[in-house]
Design a protein around this ligand. Sequence first.
Ligand code: FAD
Length: 404
Amino acid sequence: KNGTIIVGAGHAGVQAAASLREEGYDGPVVLIGEETELPYHKPPLSKTFIKDTQAKPQLLRGESFYAANNIDYRPGLHVADIDLAGRRLEFAGGAPMVFDRLILATGSRPRRLPIEGAGLAGVVSLRDVADARLIRELSGTCTDVVVLGGGFIGLEIAATLRAAGRNVTVVEAADRLLGRVVAPPIGAHVRQRLADLGVRILTGMTVSRLEDENGHVSAAVTSAGERLPAQLVIVGVGVVPNAELAGRAGIAISNGIRVDAQMRTSVPEVLSVGDVASYRHWFTGGDVRLESVQNATDQARLAARTIAGGSDAYAAVPWFWSDIGDMKLQMVGLTAGADSHLVVGEPQENRFCVYHFAGGRLVAIESVNRPADHMLGRKMLGAGFSPSRETVLQGADALKAALA
Ligand code: FAD
C-alpha cells in the first residue's frame, strides 16, 4: 500500500491529513509542504502578526500532532511534476514518491503587477510568514506606505499600519473598495471608517510605475501622474491558483483544478481542495473558487471522507471574516444572484448587517461587528431556512423563534 500523499501543507492539506485519520484511514499519509515552518494559520499574518514584533506564527496543530497521528510531514519539499501513469510525484532532486491517492492542496499565490518597478526592494505581497516578517520589518522604519488594491488583505494591512502611525494611501482600480467581495453598503462603510482613521483612499485609480532610490522603492506614480512617496509598497491585487502542477499532468483545469462534489478531479484517484479547487457551487449553481479557511477545511474533511469510501456531496455553507481596524466583517452565504437587500442596525455605530435575498430567498448575510447575527445566519442558511423580510426587520429574537 502506497497510501495517500497530500501536496501542500496549508489549511486544506493539514485538515485533510487530520481528517483521513479521523475517518479511520489506516494507510500511509504523507504531507508535503514547500515551506520549512510547521504549518500555521494565515489570517493572523495581515492582522495581529505585522504589528507585534514578538508574534510567532500560530501553528495549525501542535508540534507533536503529526507523529502522534502517524502523519509523515515532509517540510521544505517542492513537488516538481506528477507522473499520472506511474502514480509518482517527482522532485527536482531526490527519489520520486509513489501514491495510491493524491490530494492537491497547493493553494494560491499573489497576483503580480506588471508595472515598472514591481521587482524593487520594499515591494511586497503577503502570502506567507516570510512575507509578513518582511512587512513587519520594513514598516517598523518607514513613514509612507502605499497599498495597491482595496481587497481584504490590503485593507487589513492599511488599517494596521495607519494605527501604527504610518501615512497610508490605498490605490484601487475599481470605483469602490472590496468590490469583488462585499455589497456596496459594506464597502462604502469601510471606506468612510478608514478615511476617518486617516487612510487616504484613491479609487478609480491605478499605479503606473514605481520609482526607486538605490534599488529600494521610493514612490508610486499614479495614472493621474501624482507621485506618492512610499518606502513600502504592499501589492494586494488578488491571487492566482497554484494549478500548473496539475495542468502539466493533464488534470482538467478551469480557473483552478476542477473538482466534482466529492472533491475528485478529472482523474479519480486525484482529489483537490482549498484555494486551488474550482467547482459548481451547490448553493448558487455557479462555478466558484473560494479563498477562505472555511472552504479549505470543509473541503478537506469531505475529501478524506471520499477516500475513506464516502459519497457525500459538498454542501457546507460558505463563511468568511476579515478584521479591518475596528471593524469585524463577517460574511455567510454567497451574494451571487441576489436581487435585493435589507440593512439592519446602525452603520453610524459601526454595527450593522446586510441581508441579501434572491427571489425572496435569503442567500447571504454580511455584517459589521454583529457576531451573534452572523452565527444565527450560519444556523439559518445551514438549515436551509429563509425568513421573510418582515421577520428579519423584527430582529434576532423573532428570527430565532421562526427558526426553532
Ligand atoms: P494555502 O494555505 O495557501 O496552502 C497551500 C500550501 O501549498 C502552501 O504552503 C504552499 O507553499 C504549498 N505548495 C504549493 N505548491 C506546492 C508544491 N508544488 N509542492 C509543495 N508545496 C506546495 N481566509 C479567511 O477565511 N479569513 C481571513 O481572515 C483570511 N485572512 C487571510 C490573510 C492572509 C494574509 C492570507 C494570505 C490569507 C487569508 N485568508 C483568510 C485566506 C486563507 O488563508 C486561505 O483561503 C487558505 O489558506 C487556503 O488554504 P489552502 O490550504 O488551500 O492554501
